[in-house]
Design a binder for this molecule. Structure first.
Ligand SMILES: Cc1cc2nc3c(=O)[nH]c(=O)nc-3n(C[C@H](O)[C@H](O)[C@H](O)COP(=O)(O)OP(=O)(O)OC[C@H]3O[C@@H](n4cnc5c(N)ncnc54)[C@H](O)[C@@H]3O)c2cc1C
Length: 487
C-alpha cells in the first residue's frame, strides 16, 4: 500500500517515521520546498510545552495530544539524537487578577494530566529565575516544559524515516488529487507527473485547507497568524535559565523569554493575523511588541545592538482553535492533519501515533517490520568536542580540522555531512550545522559554503541557492563571486 504524505514539516516527517515501522506500507513524502523543515517547523519558539493552557472543553484534541506528546518527546530525543533540554517553564503574574489565571491554568493542567505543577512565590521563585522583573509576585512552575531545536528534530525524523525505507521528493508541489469511485488514486505534481497513492495524508501546514479543497472537503479555512522574534548573540547577557511566559491571553501564550538549546537569548513571538500566507516579513511594530513585553518579564535585557537576527513564523490557525485530524469514508484514503498551530511541535509524536490509529480504523491491516531501526545519530559537531576527541576525529576525517564558520566553529566535515544528508541549499546547510547562524550571520563564510555546495553538487557557483528556486546567490552577490572566481 502506497502512502503519500504532503508536507515535510515536523508533522509530515513524524508521521513518515511512525509509518515506516510497517512492512506493508510504502511511504513517500512530497514537499514543495527544497528541503524538510522549510515551512513553519523551522520558525517557531521550539518549546515542548507542559500543556496546562489547552482547555479540554474547547480544544479536546490539543488537550489530549499536547501532554501525551510532551511525554513521547523524551523517546524521540533519545533515539534520534535531537538537541534538547527540560529546564521547566514559569508563567509569571504581577497582580491578584493574574494570580487567579495562574490558579486556573494549574487546575486545567492537572485535568490534562500535567505532573508537578506548582505556584511559586518570593524566594523560591527568584531562586528558579534570578533575572525576573521586580514587579512579578508569583509564577506557575511547570518542570516538564522543555525546548528542542525544531529543525534538527525535523531532519532527524526524516533521516530515520529514510533509513527505514521512506522516500522524499522535494521541489514538487501537489496541485491535485485524483479520486476514482470514491477512493483516492493519486496526487498530481507541479512537474506534470502523477504519483499513484492509496492513502494521502495532508500535512501541508498553512496550506492544508487548499489541499483539502482539492477533494471537496472544505469545511475549514486556515488563517495565517504571524509571530516575530529577536535572537541575541550567544555572548550577550543576561540570559535566562527557565522558559518565561507572561499570563496568556485567549489569542496567544504571549511573548516568551528563553535561551535556545544553542545558547542564544530569544524574545517573541507576537501574534498578528495576516492575509498573505507568504508574509514572513518582520515589522517594527512586531519587534517593538516583543521587546516591550519581554521587558515586563525580565529585569534586564542585553543591549538591543546585540540582536543578531530577527525572523518570523506563521501559525496555521484553524477556525475553532483545535487541530483537525480526521479520515473520511468518502473519499476513502484521505486523511487531514490540519490546523496544526501551537502546540503542534509538542504534540507531533502523539499526532503521528493518532494518524497511525486512523489508518487502522479505516481498515488497513498493519504488519510490523521485523527490522525497524529507531536510532539515528546527529552530525558530530567539532565545537562540542573536547581536545582529545577533536584530535582523534581530525586524524580520522581531516576536513574536521578545517573551520569554515568561525562564529559557530563549524568545520568543512560537518558541511559535507549536511550535504550528504540531503542539504542542497545554503539554508539546508545552515539549519543542519549552525554555520552562518552566529554573530556575523554568514558574512564571512557564506561564500565559502557556497563554493563547497557548488563543488559537491556539480553546479556553477552562481547557481547555488539560498533556499530554493529563485534564490540563486548569483542574483545578489555577483560581484563577490566574479572577484573570487577570477582568482
Ligand atoms: C510563531 C510560532 C511559534 C510556535 N511555537 C511553538 C512552540 O514553542 N511549541 C509548539 O509545540 N508549537 C509551536 N508552534 C507550532 C508549530 O511550529 C507547528 O504546529 C508545527 O511546526 C507545524 O508543523 P507542520 O508540519 O504542520 O507545518 P510546516 O512545518 O509548515 O510543514 C508543512 C509543509 O507542507 C509543505 N506544503 C504546503 N503545501 C504543499 C503542497 N501543495 N505540495 C507540497 N508541499 C506542500 C510546506 O512547504 C511545508 O514545508 C509555533 C508556531 C509559530 C508560527
Amino acid at each position: 500500500m502506497h502512502i503519500v504524505i504532503i508536507g515535510a514539516g515536523i508533522i509530515g516527517c513524524g508521521i513518515a517515521r511512525e509509518l515506516s515501522k510497517y512492512e506493508n506500507l510504502r511511504i513517500t513524502v512530497v514537499e514543495k520546498e527544497a528541503d524538510a523543515s522549510f515551512g513553519t517547523s523551522k520558525a517557531n519558539t521550539g518549546l515542548i510545552h507542559a500543556c496546562y493552557d489547552d482547555d479540554p472543553n474547547k480544544y479536546p484534541l490539543r488537550a489530549e495530544l499536547c501532554p501525551k506528546g510532551n511525554r513521547m518527546w523524551r523517546n524521540w530525543i533519545e533515539e534520534l539524537d535531537i538537541p534538547a533540554s527540560f529546564p521547566g517553564s514559569l508563567v509569571v503574574a504581577k497582580n491578584e487578577e493574574e494570580m487567579k489565571i495562574l490558579e486556573e491554568l494549574k487546575k486545567r493542567g492537572e485535568r490534562n494530566g500535567v505532573p508537578s505543577l506548582k505556584i511559586v512565590h518570593e524566594k523560591e521563585l527568584r531562586n528558579l529565575e534570578e533575572n525576573l522583573n521586580e514587579e512579578i509576585i508569583a509564577a506557575l512552575y511547570a518542570p516538564t516544559a522543555g525546548k528542542v531545536s525544531p529543525y534538527e528534530a525535523t531532519f532527524a525524523l526524516m533521516e530515520n524515516a529514510i533509513e527505514n525505507g521512506a522516500s522524499f521528493i522535494f521541489r514538487r508541489e501537489v496541485r491535485g488529487i485524483r479520486v476514482k469511485k470514491g477512493e483516492v488514486k493519486g496526487v498530481r505534481l507541479s512537474d506534470g507527473s502523477e504519483l499513484q497513492a492509496d492513502v494521502v495524508i495532508n500535512a501541508s501546514g498553512i496550506h492544508a485547507d487548499e489541499i483539502s479543497k482539492m477533494i471537496g472537503i472544505n469545511h475549514f479555512q486556515i488563517k495565517p497568524r504571524k509571530g516575530e522574534y529577536m535572537i541575541f548573540d550567544k555572548d550577550s547577557y543576561p540570559k535566562v535559565s527557565r522558559i518565561l511566559f507572561p499570563t496568556p491571553t485567549p489569542k496567544s501564550k504571549g511573548v516568551v523569554v528563553t535561551t535556545t538549546v544553542d545558547g542564544n537569548l530569544m524574545l517573541g513571538p507576537n501574534a498578528q493575523d495576516v492575509e498573505d500566507k507568504e508574509d514572513l516579513g518582520n515589522t517594527k511594530e512586531g519587534l517593538d511588541f516583543a521587546w516591550e513585553n519581554a521587558q515586563k518579564i525580565v529585569r534586564r535585557l542585553p543591549p538591543k545592538n546585540m540582536v543578531i537576527r530577527t525572523f518570523s513564523g506563521l501559525r496555521a490557525e484553524p477556525p475553532h482553535g483545535d487541530f483537525i485530524i480526521e479520515g473520511y469514508e468518502e473519499p476513502w484514503g484521505f486523511i487531514n492533519v490540519a490546523g496544526i498551530r501551537s502546540p503542534g511541535l509538542t504534540s507531533a509524536p502523539a499526532i503521528a501515533e493518532k494518524v497511525e490509529k486512523i489508518i487502522r480504523e479505516v481498515g488497513v491491516r498493519l504488519e510490523r517490520k521485523k527490522k525497524w531501526n529507531p536510532i539515528r545519530e546527529g552530525i558530530k559537531k567539532i565545537a562540542k568536542m573536547g581536545d582529545e576527541e577533536r584530535e582523534k576525529e581530525i586524524k580520522k576525517n581531516p576536513p574536521y580540522g578545517k573551520i569554515v564558520c568561525m562564529c559557530e566553529m563549524v568545520s568543512e566535515y560537518e558541511i559535507l555531512e549536511a550535504i550528504r544528508r540531503g542539504a542542497t541549499t545554503l539554508d539546508g546547510v545552515k539549519l543542519r550545522t549552525r554555520a552562518m547562524m552566529g554573530r556575523c550571520q554568514g558574512n564571512f563564510c557564506r561564500i565559502r559554503i557556497a563554493r563547497i555546495l557548488s563543488r559537491e553538487l556539480g553546479i556553477p557557483l552562481w547557481k547555488v541557492q539560498l533556499k530554493g528556486e529563485g534564490s540563486e546567490i548569483g542574483v545578489g552577490d555577483i560581484k563577490t563571486i566574479l572577484r573570487r572566481e577570477s582568482k
